[in-house]
Design a protein around this ligand. Structure first.
Ligand SMILES: Nc1ncnc2c1ncn2[C@@H]1O[C@H](COP(=O)(O)OP(=O)(O)O)[C@@H](O)[C@H]1O
Ligand SMILES: [Mg+2]
Length: 241
C-alpha cells in the first residue's frame, strides 16, 4: 500500500529519577498519502511526543517508522534533518516565529536551510503568503504587529514554503479565538485539497472534525481509530484581514 507514513510498535520511554516512564506504548498505524488525520486524547496521553516522533524531531525508543517506505530509525541526525527539510512542515501552538524579524525573513527560513538561491526567495514567500490567505503587503511587518491568527498563518506559510508532502500541526488553534481558529482550519483543509498529508493534534472535538479520520490516544496507546462521519467543511468565504 502507498502509506506515506507507517509506524509499527512505536514506543518511547524516559528515564526519570531512575524510573522508566512509558509515554508511547506500542503504537501502530498507517497513513495514506493525502489523508487528513486528527490525533486526539487527554493532556499527557502522548500526542505531542507521537507528533514529534513522526516529524523526526524526536527519536522513539523502539519500533519502526517508515516514511515514504524508508525506515528512519537507523538514519543519523544529518540524514533525518535532510528528510525533515524536504518532506515535513511543522506548525506549533505558540507559532514559534522569530521576534523582531520581518514576516518575509520568518517565512523564508526553510529556504535558507535548503540553500534555495536568494533571487527566488521573494516570489516563493509571496506565493506562500497567498496560499494561507494573507495580504502580501504584510511581508515587511514583524510578528508583534499581527493578530494571533495572522501570526499562525505566517507560521503555516513558513511550514509550506518548501512544498512538504506532510504537514504536522500540534494544537495549531490552541492559542486562537474561535474565528481565527476556524480560519487556520480552512487553510489546512485547502492545503489538504492541494495534496498535502495533514496530521493535526488537538484535544478539541470540534477541531478534530475537520479531519477525515480521528486516532484517539489514551495513556500512550491507540484507544480508537475511526473515520469521521459528518466531517466539517469551511465554505468559500473571504478571509477577513
Ligand atoms: N522529556 C520528557 N521527560 C519525561 N517525561 C516526559 C518528557 N516529555 C514528555 N514527557 C511525559 O510524557 C507524557 C506525554 O506528554 P505529551 O506527549 O506532551 O502529551 P500530550 O501532548 O498528549 O499532552 C506526559 O506525561 C509528559 O509528562
Ligand atoms: Mg501536547
Amino acid at each position: 500500500m502507498s502509506d506515506i507514513i507507517s509506524i509499527n510498535n512505536l514506543s518511547k520511554s524516559y528515564l526519570v529519577d531512575g524510573n522508566e516512564i512509558s509515554v508511547l506504548r506500542g503504537i501502530s498505524f498507517g497513513i495514506p498519502a493525502g489523508q487528513f488525520v486528527a490525533i486526539m486524547g487527554p493532556s499527557g496521553s502522548g500526542k505531542s511526543t507521537l507528533l514529534y516522533s513522526l516529524g523526526l524531531l524526536d527519536r522513539p525508543t523502539s519500533g519502526e517508522y517508515f516514511l515514504d517506505s524508508k525506515e528512519t530509525s537507523k538514519l543519523d541526525d544529518k540524514q533525518l534533518a535532510k528528510i525533515r527539510n524536504e518532506k515535513i512542515g511543522f506548525i506549533f501552538q505558540s507559532f514559534n516565529l522569530l521576534r523582531r524579524t520581518s514576516v518575509y525573513d520568518n517565512v523564508r527560513v526553510p529556504l535558507v536551510y535548503s540553500k534555495v538561491p536568494e533571487e527566488k526567495h521573494k516570489e516563493m514567500v509571496l506565493n506562500a503568503l497567498e496560499s494561507v490567505g494573507l495580504d502580501k503587503k504584510l511581508f515587511k511587518k514583524q510578528p508583534s504587529q499581527l493578530s494571533g491568527g495572522e501570526q499562525q498563518r505566517v507560521a503555516i506559510a513558513r511550514a509550506v514554503i518548501n512544498n512538504p508532502a506532510i504537514i504536522l500541526a500540534d494544537e495549531p488553534t490552541g492559542n486562537l479565538d474561535s474565528k481565527s481558529g476556524e480560519m487556520v482550519m480552512k487553510v489546512l483543509q485547502d492545503l489538504n485539497k492541494k495534496g498535502h498529508t495533514i496530521i493535526l493534534v488537538t484535544h478539541e472535538t470540534s477541531t478534530s472534525e475537520y479531519a477525515e479520520r480521528i486516532i484517539h490516544l489514551l495513556d500512550g496507546a491507540v484507544d480508537s481509530d475511526k473515520k469521521v462521519s459528518g466531517r466539517r467543511y469551511i465554505g468559500e468565504k473571504e478571509y477577513s484581514k
